[in-house]
Design a protein around this ligand. Structure first.
Ligand code: IVH
Length: 718
């Protein structure tokens, strides 16, 4: 323990830790590392233990969790906590606005404040003379439960208010005048929630420990907040954001917008996506925009909350039952549903990985009928005890394949059938093997198992690889079943004679198909490398390999050490490449491809269009409106930029298209700037669309399956 005055040191530590906490949770701009934080916290704990008289109610050590509550005391809310009416579409929003105008008069000067509606649970926090004294759940709106001890552990909740004049660093020009003083008493209302990534990690942990998992992020936040043991709550990553106030004394607040700024100045996290609008069409545009970008949020949002800004107007509009007339929730379509899992089937992937899938009673999720959902792997099913016949929660969001979250235990009847992983490959009967340290089971019958072969052909012809229009999943299966194809190179020995007399194949179709196969021989080397389906080698690694070695022969001859030496190639990829070409059957396929006349050498390096993106690293995610990800990567590289597969602090930009998922969430977590396609084009100079070999207009091949995800990379998006 440092020498000197313990009282001074304790005060200093409290100051540093409180500030660090504020910077982390409110400003999203941490000032010290997690390790430093922990070490200072331990020092303060030791000091307070040695000198109990130094403890204060607002000490950061109080966040670690007090004694367990045997039950939660009831708290009556001084002002009821209201709920919200819903609008399911724009028509509903317009009706709401029409009523507001009818009540306030058509010429009333109106402004609206809108922000995402986070799916967590509402709490009310009472502060007296700047100190956090009580926190309660919403309950039924009149009476909630006292969860003060648990709320103390939530990082974003200040234990002591900051003097407001120190805040206000907004500088966005829209900041209204704020009261300069602290309130003598204030009730702050807001939402306790958990981020999606944290929720998924929490469920993984619970499942691995054999404990009950949560059905969704909201339930996990609610369950955690009502834990009897605050230490357990402290161990879980709950967050808070403030969206309003209850009774306030000592200062006067006149609008929602001013209130949000004041709350921020007092030290509360406030949603930085909140906006004030004076025109209702801007409100509608905001709702539309967030509905489309919902998947980019790191938390679950189930809609947008819109409020009339002025408190005077709010009072004039009043409340009906529980729903204020001055606010409305625009609801997004649900993304989760409960349905019955009828059967579990297993599929064999291109590299032999056998994955379990759920067959479901069809259910609508977000406007799409879902019949199948991923079950990830054997451990996932076992840890959650998912059974055939169970009612299950199914989730469909972003670019993630719909997946089963877990069983709805309360709906078990006893007729459900526990399931175990098959011992042999469903396609070829070979006993399955489990690789040490991996969750996946594999069919080791590499190169022969017909299921693997079908998947490999499908991958070879896909858009991101050899792009052979006219061959998809159905044809791959057909050609393999007919015995025409024993490896991907056999595609090049198909002739008109094969198809004559085959149902659905007229002379025109046969000619088109053969031409498409012939043309694919001209695809650049990196596309062929993608097509070979080497585990962990996607378009980025393939391009690195082609550029560096210049020929397939050189890549095949490279050692692991030579491969790892290349920028962008890690040990896992290097080992996988060496292993792939170490197999006799793969070398045979390469020889057949050579004999068929495919390009096994890289063309002359593309002319550099500019060095505008030199030193910048990009990550691509989601579906861009007018180009494939491969084309976007080529464009970036043509301007000297680099493309990488995963988002880190070093990433310069994430380029996100529709249905972007976890990579986008990660970018937002790390504060990496996010661009859309337009943003990328603007960055390279829009005239340069063609610089990377891009067509001026998108060419959408018809009847092509989307490029399958590289196996082994997308088994679980957790
Ligand atoms: S305002 C009268 N703003 O939605 C206004 N609520 O159905 C009361 N919620 O229980 C709430 N995000 O838990 C408001 N930005 C937000 C919100 C929000 C989530 C929840 C809140 C409340 C429910 C209303």
């Amino acid at each position: 323990m440092p020498e000197g005055d313990p009282a001074r040191r304790a005060a200093e530590l409290r100051e540093i830790l409180t500030e660090a906490n504020y910077r982390y949770h409110v400003l999203d701009d941490p000032s010290i590392s997690d390790a430093e934080y922990d070490s200072l916290m331990r020092e303060l704990q030791a000091l307070e233990a040695a000198h109990p008289e130094l403890q204060t109610p607002d000490s950061p050590t109080r966040r670690v969790g007090g004694p367990p509550a045997s039950q939660f005391a009831k708290v009556r809310h001084p002002l009821p906590m209201l709920s919200l009416g819903n609008a399911m579409d724009e028509a509903g929003l317009r009706e709401w606005q029409a009523r507001v105008l009818r009540l306030l008069g058509p010429d009333a000067p109106l402004a609206y404040v809108a922000e995402p509606k986070i799916d967590g649970l509402a709490v009310a926090l009472t502060y007296r003379d700047g100190q956090f004294v009580q926190g309660a759940t919403r309950g039924d709106g009149e009476v909630g439960e006292d969860v003060t001890a648990n709320l103390r552990t939530v990082g974003g909740i200040p234990l002591r208010l900051r003097p407001p004049d120190g805040g206000g660093e907004e500088g966005d020009g829209t900041s209204p005048p704020l009261p300069a003083a602290l309130p003598t008493s204030i009730e702050v209302r807001g939402e306790v929630y958990i981020r999606i990534a944290d929720f998924e990690a929490l469920n993984e942990r619970l499942a691995a420990a054999g404990e009950k998992i949560f059905a969704n992020a909201r339930n996990s936040a609610a369950g955690t907040l009502r834990q009897k043991d605050p230490a357990l709550t402290a161990a879980r990553p709950l967050r808070f954001f403030a969206y309003g106030v209850g009774p306030v004394e000592g200062v006067e607040l006149t609008s929602q917008w001013q209130t949000l700024h004041y709350l921020r100045a007092l030290g509360f996290p406030v949603n930085s996506d909140a906006r004030r609008f004076e025109r209702f069409d801007e409100v509608l545009a905001y709702c539309r925009q967030w509905m489309a970008r919902r998947d980019q949020l790191p938390y679950e949002a189930d809609g947008i909350v819109i409020k009339v800004d002025s408190f005077a107007q709010q009072r004039e509009l009043g409340v009906v039952q529980r729903d204020p007339r001055w606010a409305i929730a625009f609801k997004f379509p649900a993304r989760e549903a409960i349905t019955r899992l009828t059967r579990i089937v297993v599929n064999v992937g291109r590299t032999g990985v056998v994955t379990p899938n759920a067959e479901l009673e069809p259910v609508q999720i977000g406007g799409v009928t879902v019949r199948n959902a991923s079950l990830h792997n054997a451990d996932y099913i076992a840890q959650r005890d998912i059974r055939e016949g169970d009612y299950v929660t199914v989730k469909r969001a972003g670019d993630v394949i719909p997946y089963v979250v877990g069983p709805v235990l309360s709906r078990r009847t006893g007729t459900e059938r526990p399931w175990s992983f098959p011992a042999t490959c469903p396609a070829c009967g070979t006993p399955l093997e489990r690789v040490e340290g991996e969750a996946a089971w594999r069919c080791p019958n590499f190169g022969i198992c017909p299921a693997q072969l079908v998947r490999r052909v499908e991958h070879f012809v896909s858009r991101g690889a050899m792009d052979i229009v006219g061959i998809g999943e159905r044809q791959a299966e057909q050609f393999v079943t007919l015995g025409w194809i024993k490896d991907v190179a056999d595609l090049y020995s198909l002739s008109a004679a094969h198809f004559e007399g085959l149902e659905g194949y007229g002379p025109k179709r046969i000619a088109n198909l053969l031409q498409a196969i012939e043309e694919s021989k001209q695809r650049p080397l990196e596309r062929l490398i993608v097509g070979l389906g080497i585990r962990f080698v996607g378009s980025v690694a393939a391009a690195d390999l082609a550029r560096h070695f210049g020929s397939l022969d050189a890549i095949m001859a490279a050692s692991e050490a030579e491969l790892v030496a290349i920028d962008g190639i890690g040990p896992v990829v290097a080992a996988s490449v060496v292993q792939f070409f170490g197999r006799e059957e793969n070398r045979r396929v390469v020889e057949k491809l050579r004999a068929a006349g495919l390009r096994l050498t890289a063309g002359a390096p593309r002319q550099r269009a500019s060095d505008g993106l030199a030193g910048k690293t990009f990550v691509l995610t989601g579906t861009l409106p007018s180009m494939t990800r491969e084309q976007a990567a080529e464009l970036i590289q043509a301007h000297g930029g680099k493309v990488s597969e995963s988002v880190s602090k070093k990433t310069s930009y994430v380029v996100a298209g529709a249905s972007a998922g976890s990579k986008l969430a990660r970018a937002q977590q790390l504060g990496v700037p996010v661009l859309d396609e337009e943003g990328l084009l603007a960055l390279v100079g829009a005239d340069d669309r063609r610089a990377g070999g891009l067509p001026a207009t998108p060419t959408e091949p018809e009847g092509q399956p989307p490029a399958p995800a590289a196996e082994g990379q997308l088994t679980m998006d957790l």
